[in-house]
Design a protein around this ligand. Structure first.
Ligand code: GLY
Length: 406
């Protein structure tokens, strides 16, 4: 296979500091590494009675060496990422055994298409698993699962507010009559897909309304985002912007901003309305301008203890993947700046500082799940691995002259 070596000469544009990540990024070599780690994970999931396909790798804490798995239930928002990792690994390796494993883990999520919505995470759950599965296999059963789940997700849409209710469970305990979290932007992709693949065209309108209201209400004047927007269900007006997983209501939670960058890039892809392209750049620029030297953010841009605060490799991986796509929608100069930024991020994640290597079977170290809850601090987390391998495949396609999305 042709080796793709990207020199660090491409690292220009956003860094005003002296330090830059060292090393080179060999995309195929890094994808080989991901394939090896995937085999290690599968090996450790095997028991005497075989693999329990309903148990999904979720995290490996800083002081642990093995995956903690969680049952694929409607409450486990991360259950689609491991099947998604397997689909991406299959896409790269073309290994039929990996495809079989991807199919079996994916099938454990079918119930989501047949049960009422628990919350907004249905896109993460079903589009990362079934979405990639359908993209690669065109299995009609997968298509129906996605279409049915998209309809289920749309039941959470409130037309008075104009957004999806992200967390029905938080309405009463928090007195958040209608709440929308930035993460919800990622789940719009499944609605767009369903609307153009035989589903209800109304799903497109839901996604656009959600993106518009979020753009209007869930960002500060400097384009940093609130994690949670709380709305009045009678007037549809914003009551307040607050945080749930960030440091403070007024700060930029790294992964929240990453979801915004990725989300508005997808909304532009699906609508081709230039206002979203402009907005995607604005939410990106404020994120890139405030990054530390190695381009992997602290878990919150105002986290206590900076420069010793934990990093969030998951946010870095999400942004790298998004910027590779965003770069393709822009003229050469601007597009190249974003592509170079993505390569710079991936080069940093590719280093010994962030790769798990032999120490554990995950791809990446150093993500933060939920600091205020004291959970998954400085851990390997499955969604970091998912967006990392997605970004690597996107870069590989671009380097080989193919479309970024496959
Ligand atoms: N969607 C939850 C998170 O990003 O942690």
């Amino acid at each position: 296979m042709k080796k793709i070596v990207v020199g660090l000469a491409v690292m220009l544009g956003f860094c005003t500091c002296a330090h830059q990540p060292s090393g080179t990024l060999d995309v195929n070599k890094t994808l080989d590494y991901c394939a090896e780690q995937t085999q290690r994970t599968l090996a450790e999931l095997k028991t005497d009675s075989g693999i329990d396909y309903t148990m999904m790798p979720r995290n490996i804490m800083a002081d642990e060496q093995h995956w903690n798995c969680r049952k694929a239930t409607k409450e486990e928002w991360c259950a689609g990422f491991w099947p998604g990792v397997l689909w991406y690994d299959y896409e790269y390796t073309k290994d039929k055994k990996i495809r079989e494993e991807a199919e079996k883990f994916t099938n454990s999520l079918e119930f989501l298409s047949k049960t009422p919505a628990f919350d907004h995470d249905l896109g993460f759950l079903v589009f990362c698993s079934y979405g990639n599965g359908y993209r690669l296999t065109k299995n009609p059963v997968y298509k129906q699962v996605i279409l049915d789940t998209a309809d289920t997700l749309a039941t959470l849409f409130n037309p008075t507010v104009g957004t999806i209710l992200s967390w029905p469970r938080e309405v009463k305990p928090r007195n958040w009559p209608h709440n929308t979290i930035m993460d919800n932007m990622i789940n719009l992709e499944m609605l767009f897909w369903a609307a153009k693949n035989g589903g209800n065209p109304y799903l497109y309108d839901v996604a656009v309304a959600h993106a518009d209201k979020t753009m209007k209400c869930q960002f500060r004047p400097d384009y940093t985002s609130y994690h949670v927007a709380v709305y009045d269900t009678i007037t549809g007006n914003l009551i307040k912007g607050v945080t749930h997983q960030g440091y403070a209501d007024s700060t930029m939670w790294a992964r929240g901003q990453a979801w915004a960058i990725y989300g508005y890039t997808v909304v532009y892809r699906e609508t081709k309305d230039p206002k979203y392209l402009d907005f995607a750049q604005k939410v990106t620029d404020v994120y890139l301008e405030r990054l530390p030297e190695d381009k992997v953010p602290y878990w919150d841009f105002s986290a206590p203890g900076i420069p010793d605060a934990p990093r969030d490799a998951s946010a870095a991986a999400v942004v790298a993947s998004a910027l590779l796509e965003l770069s393709t929608y822009l003229p050469n100069g601007t597009g190249k700046r974003y592509k170079d930024a993505a390569i710079e991020i991936l080069t940093s994640l590719n280093s010994d500082s962030y790769q798990s290597g032999q120490s554990k079977p995950s791809f990446l170290l150093h993500s933060v799940g939920h600091w205020p809850n004291h959970s998954e601090i400085d851990a390997s987390i499955i969604y970091a691995d998912y967006y990392y391998i997605e970004a690597l495949l996107r870069l590989k396609r671009l380097q080989e002259g193919h479309g970024v999305l496959g």
